[in-house]
Structures are given as structure tokens and as C-alpha cells.
Design a protein around this ligand. Sequence first.
Ligand code: NDP
Length: 264
Amino acid sequence: MKKLFALFGNPVSHSRSPIMHNTVFKHLNYDATYIRINLEDGQKLRETFFSFGLSGANITVPHKEVAYKACDEVRGFAKIVGVVNTIINENGRLIGYNTDADGFMQAITEFGSINTILVIGAGGTAKALASRFIQDSIKVDVLNRSASNLKYFQNKVDNCYTWDNFKLKKYDLVVNTTSAGLKDENLPAPKELIDDILKNTSFVADAIYGKLTPFLKLAKKDGLTYKDGADMLLGQGILANELFVNKELKIQDIQKEMQKSFEL
Ligand code: NDP
């Protein structure tokens, strides 16, 4: 029987996930379709999942933390961060996973050895990435607009800063996990701060994909090596697809086909 998968989020119209997963299903003859579902009320995630008869789903902004609560069981790294981006229907039980952080780790392998990272932002993506970096013994500082969202990071990372008390130092990598620049032309922090930060880092990454954010435009102007969120998206997608097909397809084949979807 044909399996149905979906992306839940709000908005979802811009997402590349349907084309990524459908390309894999089509070219590897896996009998499944992936659709997008715009979900306004995150509390309705579970009932909507079942009403569509889904075999699995991805979850994007702003429902990843609600998704964690909607699951019957959460496995692996998602348990540590409380953030779920992939759900599998296992005999009527919803099992939650997080593939974002491992997807990001794959994306930055080309930067070589990274020992210190500044994470800008303190939302779901920041939590997942910072926790994953710590697992790899990377030193992490977090800089966020508001102090309230820094609580999660306080005994976990080396330093938590808001714009007012940030202390400049050198980093191997600075990553923007805020949504500043996604639908606007904002920088993730005041320009003077970003200018100083970019002068003191070797590499720059942005979780946002599909556009050169104002943050990356500055990095480019400064001649820095940078990457947008496309490889992170690809990385998390490959790992999610492997869960969707329950390892019935080879990860190398999934990777090859999903990579092709980025050229479409
Ligand atoms: P959240 O809503 O959980 O967090 C948003 C964060 O952005 C908060 O720290 C918030 O600060 C900050 N922020 C929002 N607007 C501004 C602004 N104008 N200036 C400064 N800071 C701001 O979002 P997520 O963590 O789920 O997602 C963040 C981004 O990452 C999105 O753009 C999303 O598209 C992208 N993403 C990309 C992925 C990929 O595969 N490439 C995967 C996952 C996410 P405050 O705490 O002060 O409100």
C-alpha cells in the first residue's frame, strides 16, 4: 500500500522537503508520496497526523517543540534536546527523532577541525546544534537577542550572551540559527556586533537556505568561507528519509537522489 508522508509547519509553501523526498521515492521505486500540511495550531499535530493516515512526517518552524510533546516515545538525540523534526508511525505509536543536528554536522565536515563555535540564536535549532556540538567536545558560546531564551543554555555551554554583555573573542565557526533574514533583511544582531564577530571567525554558516541572508552577505563581503543551510537541509533530509523507509533503501542511494533534487 502506498505510504503517505508530510511536512508540518507554518509556513510550509517555501519548503524543499517535498521535492527532496519525492525525488528519492520516485527514482528508487519506493511506493510513497510526501505532501506539505500547513498547520496553524501545533496542538492539532497528533490528530492531524492520524487523520491523514501518515506513515511519518517532518516538522518545521514553529512546531518542533510541540512535536516532541506529541510523541509517544522519543529516541536518540531528540531526547536530549526536547526538539523533534521527524516522526515515524510505528504501529500506531508516534516515535520522535531529531535529524537536524547530525545533518548540520555532516554539512560542516568540509570546514575541517572545528573547536570553538558561536551560536547566534536560542530557539529550537540553536538548542539542537549547541547540544550536538557539546557532544563532540566543541566549546560553545551562545548569543541571543533576548535573555529569557538563554536559560536552557546556562549550565550547558561556556558563555551565554545577549547583545548588551557580549565579550568578543575568536571562533572557528559562527552559525546563525535565528530567523533574522528569512523573511526580512534583518541581521541576527546589531551591525557593529556582527562586523566584530565576522572579523574574528574562520568560517560562517547560516541555517537559512535558498537565499543569501544579510548575515551571509556581510561574510561574503569580508571574504570569509561561508555556507547557507542547504547542506544542513540535505543532511537532515537524508537521515529522515532513511527512517521513513525503515532502512529498506541504501543511504548512499538516498543521498545520490536527494542531492539531485537540489539541482532541479
Ligand atoms: P525558533 O523560532 O525556535 O527560534 C528563533 C530564534 O531567532 C530565537 O532565538 C529568536 O530570538 C531569534 N530571532 C528571531 N528574529 C530575530 C531578529 N530579527 N533578530 C535577532 N534574533 C531573532 O526557530 P528555529 O530555531 O526553529 O529556526 C530558526 C531558523 O533556522 C529558521 O530560519 C529556519 O528556517 C532555520 N532552519 C533551517 C534548517 C535547515 O535544514 N537548513 C533546519 C531548521 C531550521 P528571541 O529568543 O529573542 O526571540
